[in-house]
Design a protein around this ligand. Sequence first.
Ligand code: AMP
Length: 395
Amino acid sequence: MKTIDDFNFKNKKALIRVDFNVPLNDNFEVTDTTRIESAKPTIIKILEDGGSCILMSHLGRPKGIQEDFSLKHIIKTLENILGVEVVFSENCVGEMAENAAKKLQQGEILLLENLRFHDEEKQGNQNFAEQLSRLGDIYVNDAFGTAHRAHASTTIIADYFSGQKCFGYLLAKEIESINKVMQTGERPVLAILGGAKVSSKITIVENILDKIDHLIIGGGMTFTFIKAMGGMIGNSLVEDDKMELALEILKMAKQKNVEVHLPVDALVADAFSNEASTKVTDVNAIPDGWMGLDVGPKSILYFNDVVKSSKTILWNGPLGVFEMERFANGTIALGNSISEATKSGAFSLVGGGDSVAAVKQFGFEDKVSYVSTGGGAMLESLEGKILPGIKAILD
Ligand code: AMP
């Protein structure tokens, strides 16, 4: 796996695919700088080598050229974070971009306008990729968030940089973290799957059963399993058409010697609301009119024990409806358990959508080993797919 450490960028122009798809407020100010900060180590290493950086990214989902989605909105934030002045090209290809790239000196940074102002980016257009490729000497992919897309700047472009392409630090770290869980992790390996539905996690379950020793199931998908096993789940979220699949998963887990841990109790509510009446019941004895919106106290203790005895931990999906304060306890407790296990030497990876949001919201970000920056890309990796953006560098 070639990373930027395998190259000396002195007098080289690095064309870097970054993920600066950051949230902006109504005044077009960046409200979460995580993605920019994550790209900093790669950019700084190249500048310190004596190279220059040409940064390319998408922002949002523009239809053609739309000012609201211009990357010029992030220039100030980018300059503040990097501590270096940034030159901006109002087009990512063509004469303007090529001239700006040509003029670039050692230690300088050029930011290109939103790649998605050209439809060819998402189409993976060869000609567009070739035009982009003219701008730099070495192609660096540091955008995990789009590595699962075969777009021009994430995948197709790599063909034009034979032997002159590599992963940036961020993407390398993502790959390494996933490999730690899926291939080289110290055992016992535990996966925790929460979230709303069985249907959205099924491919992950099928793929990871061969790689783990323990599986904790939480969140809304618990109840499809419990109902399939004959339990009473009241008005809890359920996918009736996935009950057979749930039983199949349990059978497969048994065959593969994976211990499955389901919640034993639930915090149930009489409405999907933070103001609802609540009580704790056994997970398989939820009365009609009540729905499970979080795991109960016994489950919290039970899961804590499983987490503490694991050496490698993957967490995807909250244990309850954590967006409502009263149903966030299970998710917070799990975050605490994982943090403590990490402190005692376990490797913990949090990835994919809402668990990342939960980890950030409750302040666990620095207490776990790694928080993935890519939602869809992370899920597809866990499903066992080889991401096109990663394959393109390895080829
Ligand atoms: P996912 O995107 O599949 O990881 O699902 C995340 C969502 O699952 C969050 O918005 C949670 O509120 C929701 N969720 C977690 N537990 C439950 C539950 N017991 N009932 C309904 N929704 C839940």
